[in-house]
Design a protein around this ligand. Structure first.
Ligand code: PLP
Length: 411
């Protein structure tokens, strides 16, 4: 990679977000390229959780619920700002999987009489399983059409579609899909859209309000660094609140949670999407993690993210032809999310072998190496360094070492 060292230095010198790295408690020397799977610890988190434990839980005890009850929607508003939507339309809680189930059914109930739940055959496993289950429960039919063909398919065959459920970014290839186009095509067909924004929130502008998106769900432990298992969120556009009939009718989504007797009456607004007692410690951690995003605009995140991913692709292009890596992620900026995937038959062993070299990324079977570039703590020099170390691992065939053989279904 002859030309890239000075380029990396120059790009980092021009980087207006360089100072944000200090907001993360990253182990020194580690190049962390897996923030799209588990974001690193922001320095703001531990003091906030400590305070909640020692003052609110230990001293104030049950009286703290006055404050805690507001957290799902208060933190929701902060996430809403990253989604490009106004306040009062995002609630935080439960896992992405649970939110998907609740929201898929709620979405289908907005379009009674329609028979099709449209989704992506390459959607994340839990999204597909939940779509199947929701369809079985409601007597609907799942139709799988790849995101790249969804808009055209909807225009031709969309009359019976109740819900179109798609990922904003393909979790394997890093391809960014056409949020505006698919949403518009779904609306023209009379359907509602449910976007899974797990791999988009915190790294690119989603502009859900501008695109007239109906519903969205996403997780907070990836780019948002909310911590392992931090709660997911649901967005429902205000125009749907009145009609939104969610199947998980929990007491905290009731208009009067302490009502005794009587039927379920959903609260007004997004509060109806709160199911049961929120996981307060996790919510507090997430709330504090979001402080990282205080002084940065999503457009700045996107600019830096694109600069990092473009630079990574360029560094990979400069590698010798053997061993050859195929860049799977689209090269066009407007079709690229926040991570880049390379194809190589020894993907798994290579990623494992990179770890002792101080680079953490991940692999996805059968043959993808996945590199996530968080614009707030990854530098262009990190990018360059990681490609150089990858090449070393590949060239020396370190990945064939039995230490790097597959030992766990989670690795
Ligand atoms: C990460 C991710 C999930 C995770 O679901 P959990 O319930 O949080 O385990 C779901 N869908 C997509 C698209 C994801 O990227």
């Amino acid at each position: 990679m002859p030309t890239t060292r000075t380029d990396a230095e120059r790009l980092d010198a021009e980087d207006v977000l360089a100072g944000f790295r200090e907001r993360f408690a990253l182990p020194p020397g580690l190049i962390y390229l897996d923030g799209n799977s588990l974001g690193p610890l922001p320095t703001s988190v531990a003091p906030a959780v400590h305070e909640t434990i020692h003052r609110q839980w230990r001293e104030d005890l049950v009286r703290s619920w006055v404050d805690w009850m507001e957290l799902p929607t208060r933190v929701g508003d902060r996430i809403g700002a990253l989604l490009g939507v106004g306040p009062g339309q995002v609630a935080v809680g439960d896992s992405t999987s649970v939110q998907l189930f609740n929201t898929l059914i709620g979405a289908a109930r907005l379009r009674p009489g329609r028979q099709v739940l449209l989704t992506d055959p390459r959607h994340f496993p839990t999204d597909r399983y939940m779509a199947e289950s929701a369809a079985r429960l409601l007597g609907l039919r799942v139709v799988e059409v790849p995101a790249g063909e969804a808009a055209g398919w909807l225009a031709r065959n969309g009359r019976d579609v109740a819900v179109a459920a798609y990922p904003v970014v393909d979790y394997r290839t890093g391809e960014l899909w056409d949020i505006a186009g698919i949403t518009a095509a779904a609306h023209d067909a009379g359907a509602v859209v449910l976007w899974d924004v797990c791999h988009g929130v915190g790294v690119l502008p989603l502009e859900l309000a501008r695109h007239d998106v109906d519903l969205a769900v996403g997780c907070t432990y990836k780019y948002l660094s909310g911590g392992p298992g931090s709660p997911a969120f649901v967005y429902a556009a205000e125009r749907h609140h009145q009609a939104l009939d969610l199947p998980l009718a929990g007491w905290l989504g009731h208009v009067t949670p302490f009502a005794t007797g009587g039927p379920y009456l959903p609260a007004a607004g997004i509060a109806r999407a709160v199911v049961g007692t929120p996981a307060i410690l996790s919510l507090v951690a997430l709330d504090a993690a979001l402080d990282v995003y205080r002084d940065v605009a999503v457009e700045q995140l996107r600019d830096k993210s694109l600069s990092l991913t473009a630079f990574f692709i360029r560094c990979v292009d400069e590698l010798p032809d053997e061993p050859a890596f195929e860049v799977v992620t689209p090269r066009a900026a407007e079709r690229r999310g926040g991570h880049v995937s390379l194809r190589h038959e020894h993907a798994y062993g290579m990623i494992r072998a990179l770890m002792p070299q101080g680079v953490v990324a991940d692999s996805r079977p059968p043959d993808l190496l996945r590199f996530g570039f968080h614009p707030l703590y990854v530098s262009h020099q990190d990018v360059r360094e990681s490609v150089e170390r990858l090449w070393r691992v590949a060239e020396t065939k370190q990945y064939t070492d039995p230490r790097f053989a597959r030992t766990s279904a989670y690795g």
